[in-house]
Design a protein around this ligand. Structure first.
Ligand code: AMP
Ligand code: MG
Length: 491
């Protein structure tokens, strides 16, 4: 049994609203203590924004809480139940190696889930050990914080705590626990779970809870559950458009990895694209390319259809009418997505207003980038600073023609050059978490216990739109290699 111990000086203020849901939705479960907790990475700015005391959390007592060895006052740990379509196949899942410690209330009254990922077995662990390896937890820390820096909604990482225990994968690896902070862990899969195994009343309780937690304004609407569907669609559309605009590939967009809050969640085999390629895939388990870069919007729409299906009993008593309402909401996806993507792409090209030929202008550029395997991030960076790269694409006659058209298009808007440049700077990051840089940081940390490489990378990635000299070394794409970069699920 883990011992209850109060640590008021850390600033935890736990509330446990999730446990008002039907008991079917979770299992109360304490973390399994670990041998030798040691904090290896800690997010000071995030702690401060949550009203937590970094000094107290960095102490041995603080690390014991972040490792699950001590449960702080007010926390009532639980494992959440959920289901999900994994690569298109429906399965019962649930928190197999993560535990919700509780919901922390910030001094400003905001509610955040505090989750320990890798905290031990739960009733949903199936064959798994409930643990996580250090490398993948550090990887989630780096990429989630990079996403935050890029202005993309995401769960965040408060700390990584080494457990002092090995985990056994293909080899023996050091174990660790990630402290994940999220608006909530409600997923499409949470609704799929309740729709499959709960009653309509239990499903309604889950929907009411979700509305209250994330969409309080929609709750007052005439058709609150239809509003819930529409709001979730909106958030997903905005999120996926942002991913596409920075070249982020999630890698495992199963319905259980899709948060209803609209935050990016579950950084397993994700990676950023270097050369522009709609077919780009990094995940070793995605042989068919289901979750390829260019497929992400389509997959999001597919996942939202699964969400709509789960909601059907709440949308209308008459099934046909419920289906009609759901289809009506889902039909908006394409147009909504195109709108967000198009606005974002125009901003990347320094265009404030809209002209009919803009889509063509964007598509021509992307077509050239694909043909010449141009680096996605650096192409936009070069355009921002009007510094052509020494690449085949920038030297091509068709590029020169395109650039002329683009410049002419820019000059048809009334904004001065300075303003155009500013728009481009804040729409085109200088740095993304390049795969070789992430690997370099992980290697130093895991193999040499040298965390300075990672700390510097995280710092650089926290301000990607600064475009300063310090970032220069982090802008270089990896050397072309014989082996394509491969990512693995974060187990
Ligand atoms: P993920 O691929 O991380 O989204 O996980 C998919 C499912 O597998 C979730 O239900 C996880 O809780 C579960 N899972 C992943 N790794 C482990 C593990 N080491 N032990 C138990 N369950 C796990
Ligand atoms: Mg998951």
């Amino acid at each position: 049994m883990t011992e209850k111990k109060s640590m008021p000086e850390a600033g935890w203020r736990f509330d446990n609203s999730y446990s008002v849901l039907p008991e079917l939705a979770y299992t109360k479960q304490s973390p399994t203590p670990v041998q030798a907790p040691r904090l290896v990475v800690f997010n000071g700015p995030l702690a401060a924004s949550l009203g937590l005391n970094a000094g107290a959390l960095r102490s041995d007592e603080g690390a014991a809480v972040l490792a699950g060895n001590h449960i702080p006052e007010g926390a009532e740990p639980l494992a959440q139940a959920y289901a999900g379509h994994q690569f298109g196949h429906f399965t019962m899942l649930g928190d197999g190696r993560a535990l919700l410690l509780g919901e922390h209330m910030t001094p400003q009254g905001q509610r955040f889930d505090i989750q320990l990922k890798g905290a031990g077995r739960t009733p949903y662990s199936r064959g798994g050990d409930g643990r996580a390896a250090l490398g993948p937890m550090l990887r989630e820390y780096i990429i989630s914080e990079a996403m935050h820096g890029l202005g993309i909604p995401t769960t965040r990482s408060l700390a990584v705590t080494a457990t002092g225990e090995p985990v056994y994968r293909e080899t023996e690896l050091p174990g660790a626990i990630l402290t994940r902070v999220a608006a909530s862990h409600l997923r499409v899969g949470t609704f799929q779970f309740m729709s499959r195994w709960g009653t309509d009343e239990q499903l309604r309780a889950l929907a009411d809870y979700t509305l209250q937690r994330h969409f309080p304004n929609a709750q007052a609407a005439g058709q609150p559950y239809l509003s819930l569907l529409r709001e979730v669609i909106q958030r997903q559309v905005q999120l996926i458009a942002k991913w596409q605009l920075v070249g982020f590939i999630h890698g495992v967009m199963n319905t259980d990895n899709m948060a209803l809050s609209g935050e990016t969640i579950d950084y397993g085999p994700c990676a950023f694209m270097d050369a522009y390629d709609p077919a780009a895939v990094f995940s070793s388990i995605d042989a068919q390319g289901r979750y390829a870069y260019g497929n992400q919007p389509r997959i999001a729409a597919w996942n939202l259809a699964r969400f709509a299906e789960a909601l059907l009993p709440l949308l209308h008593d008459d099934e046909d009418q419920a289906v009609q309402l759901a289809e009506g909401a889902l039909a908006d996806f394409v147009q909504l997505y195109h709108g967000h993507w198009f606005t974002g792409m125009r901003a990347k090209l320094g265009l404030f207003n809209e002209e009919p030929e803009d889509v063509g202008l964007i598509e021509q550029l992307l077509g050239m980038m694909q043909k010449h395997r141009a680096d996605y991030t650096n192409t936009f960076r070069a355009l921002t600073f009007n510094k052509p790269e020494e690449t085949v694409m920038f030297g091509a006659a068709e590029f020169a023609r395109w650039q002329e058209q683009w410049k002419a298009r820019q000059s048809r808007q009334p904004m001065p050059h300075e303003q155009v440049q500013q728009l481009m700077q804040r729409s085109n990051p200088a740095v993304i978490p390049r795969n070789h840089r992430v690997e370099e940081a992980l290697k130093a940390a895991v193999e040499q216990e040298d965390y300075t490489v990672m700390e510097r990378l995280v710092d650089i990635l926290s301000r990607p739109y600064d475009h300063d000299a310090e970032q220069e070394a982090y802008c270089t794409p990896p050397e072309p290699s014989a082996q394509p970069y491969r990512t693995f699920c974060g187990t």
